[in-house]
Design a protein around this ligand. Structure first.
Ligand code: IPM
Ligand code: MN
Length: 358
């Protein structure tokens, strides 16, 4: 198959990890006789520096003209410590999600057995955990009306959901649950928030269309606790944008490290694939970032956007084999990892690729 992929490295370690993700896509193309054509575009701080705009029109045009997007990360510490900055790297990411209609963010939390010891959670609690998050991505407090009033002394962000937004993500969650353990946990704060009551009401109604799938509701505070207490009790989780953002960072500990978690953002058009970790400026340029989240994002891209199941599974198997051989980047290494198994970003990518050449 011939496919066009846009690589959006973005900021910080985004460049380092997408280089490895692309390397793996190249290895897949060679092994399975595909032709992947790449295009590059700028976003985030990188784009602000060169164009003044975190999502230039030029980038958007390229994104609308491809078969899939491999994205790195956006962000810069300069803005984190300057809440008054009007133009911010993250605006590029949010606008891109909205413009491309990427309303469903799939975040699979699956622990490779080899990494049982890498998490701060006890192995016996973790073993066998396999959760698929559906985080709503283009609504909620992220996109509600926001502003300042009273001479700037009051700030507000409106938490808002419309029925159709909840319906479409709920459908996706139920459909996915049918291919898994047939359980959906919907997470909200319906004991307090009106937007959550609309969320719950809508999910309950959609749930009636999937009588073979068990539906339960949890409040977000309780869900945050149960994720750590008993991660195996979850199968598919569907939740709003803000709750999903927070819960999936928490859930990354179930997979050992943030550096392991991939995500897919899909909607009506092109799909976007990215690690859940951020730009990590503290380690940028040191070559020590874990590229596996980007590599596993490439695996999701192959499966979801290109329908290449075997290719996707080959990537996951290559990652598993690399971990089984004991290779670790710093974030997943422990005191028992010998020096010759400690790899930098590039060497980890090479190791995964070596399994794809076999
Ligand atoms: C994520 C990130 C983004 C978000 C930031 C960078 C705007 O944390 O993708 O989870 O909050 O959605
Ligand atoms: Mn986040």
């Amino acid at each position: 198959m011939k496919k066009k992929i846009v690589i959006l490295p973005g900021d910080g370690i985004g460049k380092e990890v997408t280089t490895e993700g692309k390397k793996v896509l190249d290895a897949i193309a060679a092994r399975f006789n595909h032709e992947f054509i790449y295009d590059y575009a700028v976003i985030g701080h990188d784009a602000i520096e060169s164009t003044g705009n975190p999502l230039p029109d030029e980038t958007l045009a390229r994104l609308k003209n491809c078969d899939a997007i491999l994205f790195g990360a956006v962000g810069h510490p300069k803005y984190d410590n300057d809440p008054t900055a009007k133009v911010r790297p993250e605006q590029g990411l949010l606008k891109m999600r909205k413009e491309l209609g990427l309303y469903a963010n799939l975040r699979p939390i699956k622990l490779f057995d080899e990494l049982l010891e890498a998490s701060s959670i006890k192995p016996e609690i973790l073993k066998g955990s396999d959760i698929l998050f559906f985080r709503e991505l283009t609504g909620d407090v992220y996109f509600g009306e926001k502003g300042r009033k009273d001479d700037g002394k009051t700030g507000y962000d409106l938490m808002i959901y419309q029925r159709y937004e909840v319906e479409r993500i709920a459908h996706k969650a139920f459909i996915a649950a049918r291919t898994r353990k047939k359980k959906v946990t919907s997470v909200d704060k319906a004991n307090v928030l009106e937007s959550s009551r609309l969320w719950r009401e809508t999910v309950q109604e959609i749930g009636k269309l999937y009588p073979d799938v068990q539906l339960e509701h949890q409040f977000v505070d309780a869900a945050a606790m149960k994720l750590i207490q008993n991660p195996r009790s979850f199968d598919v989780v569907v939740t709003g944008n803000l709750f999903g953002d927070i819960l999936t960072d928490e859930a990354s500990q179930i997979a050992g490290s943030m550096g392991m978690l991939a995500s897919a953002s899909v909607g009506d058009q092109v799909g976007l694939y990215e690690p859940i970790h951020g730009s990590a400026h503290d380690i940028t340029g040191k070559g020590i970032a874990n590229p596996l989240a980007s590599i596993l994002s490439a695996a999701l891209l192959l499966d979801i956007s290109f329908g290449m199941k075997a290719e996707s599974e080959a990537v996951i198997a290559a990652v598993a084999a690399t971990l089984k051989e004991g290779y670790r980047t710093a974030d997943i290494a422990d005191a028992n990892t010998p020096a010759n198994k400690r790899l930098n970003t590039q060497a980890m990518g090479d190791q995964v690729v070596s399994h794809l050449k076999k």
